[in-house]
Design a protein around this ligand. Sequence first.
Ligand SMILES: Cc1cc2nc3c(=O)[nH]c(=O)nc-3n(C[C@H](O)[C@H](O)[C@H](O)COP(=O)(O)O)c2cc1C
Length: 468
Amino acid sequence: MKKTLCLLFALLMVVGLSASALARELPKLLLSVEDGSLTLTLEDNSAARSLLSQLPLTLTFEDYNGTEKIAYPPEGLDLSDAPESCDPDAGTLAYYAPWGNLCIFYQDFRYSEGLVPLGKLEGDMELLTAMGDGFTVTLTPEAEMTPEVAAQSQDSGERVLIAYFSLGQNADDAGDVDATTSASLLWNENQMVGTTEYVAQLIQNDTGGQMHCIETVHPYPTEFNAVVDQNHEEAAAGFLPELVASDLDMAQYDTVFLGYPVWAGNAPQAVYAFLSQYDLSGKTVIPFCTHDGYGAGGSYAGIASAIEGETAVLDGLAIEATDVPESEDAVLAWLREIGVQAASNDSTETKITITIGDTVLNGLLYDTALAQEISRYFPLTISAAGFGGREYYGVVEFYPENWEGGQTVFENGEITYCEAHHNMAIFYAQTDDPILSVEVAPIGKVTSDLTVFDNLPEHVDITFAMAE
Ligand SMILES: Cc1cc2nc3c(=O)[nH]c(=O)nc-3n(C[C@H](O)[C@H](O)[C@H](O)COP(=O)(O)O)c2cc1C
């Protein structure tokens, strides 16, 4: 049943993604080692929930101080709603925020600032204490997580998708657009971007979400009136243009920002094609649009009624095109108003760029010792080759000291380092079928739309650099 929920309920849902006001039952975790497993009861705090959102995880632990076993999760944990200290006993799992490592205490230890409690282990601690350095522990939920718990466990920004349509990416000869065309392009972070894409990037900056550009197979004309005519015809006929195929896995996201230029008082038909193609039920959808002075028109209602299932559609944001270059504060204020926390305020992730030919992608570098070490070689160009329709990888010439082991799964967009093959890679597809034969350690992720990787030649130079 189609359902647009009232703002109050919608606000509660989104606030629920980032606040701990609601009582929650988090699942128990299993910590599996070679000879058995222990059970972990999680604390109800944001750090524990963001650990949960990273599962399953295989981490390599080493002994520290004869007191604890430590390992580094691929992403820093969310400290926004977590205690800043604790007094650990044997069996405490904690996160040492200053260094970003997990600690399993097998000895009692003193009260420590910066030590965030994550949970309590039950079972035979000998399984861990008997291990020397470099043993692997796999963390999984003991039982399958319910969708509600999965949503609660997410870190703000981690499961956010920002899907947008912009004429600049969808018009013939968009690079040459001038005053005769409707595709208004702006400079943002050394790139020419469409007006709506610009706003999408501002939302990305504040939420850390994944960008997805909605692209039609057949580009729209360059000339304004021709686009207007084509749009009228498409809207009148209820025609849904074919979209460029993509590996977008909607199941990975709980919150979907949906951006578009207002066309004839509504969203372009390409946006409706997107809505017909992906299952948004159970998600929170947040429209945003740019326009030339007439506002969002009927687009919010149109989007709400096009979505099947139990979906919360929040109040959107409409920005006049001329205001877009100065709209950062308005975007931030709106995100706060609708209850979406600005992830970057708390985030310790560092912005980077990934340049492939003329294309500059945005990305984030994780706050891990390995990532920080590798970033010291930036700007770093790797000569990369495509592999298996899922990744581009290239050998590097340094040997990081902070390799702590990795994992044999990946998320689309992840930038990884692999010790065994001594290379870095960007994974862009097949996260649902990650058949990796060697361990890779995620050091960051590409946050720009990933479709650029679908059309790259077999060999490309990829340059990683710190964003200015
Ligand atoms: C076919 C078409 C129809 C449009 N209709 C409207 C409209 O109804 N109201 C409005 O304010 N702007 C309208 N515009 C202007 C765009 O919404 C505005 O320029 C937008 O910021 C362009 O964003 P983009 O660069 O991301 O494509 C229209 C533009 C086009 C191309």
